[in-house]
Ligand binder design. Structure first.
Ligand SMILES: [Zn+2]
Length: 417
């Protein structure tokens, strides 16, 4: 048997067999939170959901088997990176990214808009699309809405995103208006040219301006999409402005469509956005921070390289029942980091992704029980305990990234290492 025909899991490739729809199963009585289920080509996705980021067709340091066994029903792929390498023609030949990487669950691909717009020095924006140079070999390429839909069709994602212009932060009003209008025009063109077997999400832009966010939300809501994303957030604008973008958009969105906050975020950000009515999230934080030695625990984030873990033979998180915490101590993990061992990244990523998985399961249960605010209080009371012990170098590292590149932060593509 061709290896590519042997997909992991029970959800065999069934493109077009099932109608794409979003069911709301429960609502939290005190907040705007919804417990939902999104039906896609590779099975159901329970929401609110966190989608691990698999930029290059791999969630860094995790195997597809591990993601499946952890219960993830959807992961992200990155159109820009996959288009450059291995190329969508190759993916089309093998029958799509699912088969290439042997993933039987759902997949969402971003439109590549974020990447072509964040690599400022190598682009030219026109009304038709964007010309950019490959960071791999310097060759020139053009992304138009039609082209991006064609690429996402070849990749075979279950959810495709409209081609949009993600305005940077800070961004003056005039530029934000231009970017928003292009995003609206491209949303229509993306919708008209997308593969109807794929679920299609439009993207709201509008930067930090209330009236633009409202206008964009109303426009995207008026289109015949399967879901709606709020984009242009997590670009260095800070939590307050990010939550403003959510608060200004949500009242204009239809109840029956899934809502996706792109590139978010920390556990606190996710909780606060769920409370505001968001259903879907993606973020590089659990994987990227894991590789840097920063681990999420029920008592806050810790830096495993800290000397205080030299003789700590307890698990990284006593409340976690992941494979790492059940089998290894904080002291061992610290030792692996100090020696630059590959297993350090493997274990830390595994634990962090598992932390997000458990966190989302708890959020879904709390919504079903109508006690999301109580859950938030309990979670935050514990989570803030050890936050002060997070090593300064991690915060410094993130700040440095932020000053180098206005798009730094938590957005949807993983860096190289
Ligand atoms: Zn663990």
């Amino acid at each position: 048997m061709n290896l590519a025909d042997k997909l992991i899991g029970i959800h065999k490739f069934s493109k077009g067999d099932n109608p794409i729809k979003f069911d709301i199963l429960a609502k939290d009585p005190k907040t705007l939170a919804r417990r939902g289920r999104l039906h896609l080509n590779h099975g159901a996705v329970d929401t609110p959901v966190f989608m691990p980021v698999g930029t290059q067709g791999t969630v860094k340091a995790m195997s597809q088997q591990e993601l499946h066994e952890m219960g993830f029903q959807i992961i992200l792929g990155n159109t820009y990176h996959l288009y450059l390498r291995p190329g969508h023609d190759l993916l089309k030949t093998v029958g799509g990214l699912h088969k290439f990487i042997n993933w039987g669950g759902n997949m969402l691909t971003d439109s590549g808009g974020f990447q072509v717009f964040s690599l400022e020095h190598i682009r030219k924006i026109g009304e038709d699309g964007v010309v950019f140079r490959s960071y791999v070999d310097g060759s020139y390429h053009e992304f138009t809405p039609e082209r991006v839909m064609e690429i996402q069709s070849a990749i075979g994602a279950d959810i495709v995103m409209a081609f949009d212009e993600c305005a940077p932060y800070p961004c003056d009003r005039e530029y934000a208006i231009g970017a928003m209008n292009r995003t609206h025009d491209w949303a229509k063109r993306s919708l008209d040219s997308h593969d109807p077997n794929q679920a299609f999400f439009g993207i709201i832009q509008g930067s930090v301006y209330k009236d633009l966010r409202e206008e964009s939300a109303k426009f995207i809501a008026s289109l015949d999409t399967d879901g709606i994303a709020i984009g242009g957030v997590s670009v260095g604008e800070g939590k307050e402005l990010m939550m403003n973008a959510v608060d200004w958009s949500v009242p204009h969105l239809p109840e029956h469509k899934a809502r996706y906050l792109m590139g978010v975020g920390t556990p606190e950000d996710i909780l606060d956005a769920v409370i505001r009515g968001i259903d879907m999230f993606d973020c590089v934080l659990p994987t990227r921070l894991g590789r840097n030695g920063s681990l999420y625990t029920s008592q806050g984030r810790i830096n495993i390289k800290n000397n205080k873990f030299i003789n700590d033979f307890t698990p990284v998180d006593p409340e976690c029942d992941c494979w790492c915490c059940k089998n290894h101590s904080a002291a061992y993990l610290r030792h692996l980091y100090k020696c630059d061992e590959i297993l350090a990244s493997r274990l830390a990523t595994f634990h962090n992704v598992y932390f997000y998985r458990t966190f989302m399961i708890n959020i879904r249960a709390a919504i079903e029980q109508g006690r999301l605010m109580e859950y938030r209080k309990e979670f935050m009371a514990k989570y803030r305990k050890r936050r002060a012990s997070v090593h300064d170098d991690i915060s410094r590292q993130e700040n440095n990234n932020g000053s180098r590149n206005s798009f730094a932060g938590h957005h949807s593509a993983e860096s190289k290492s």
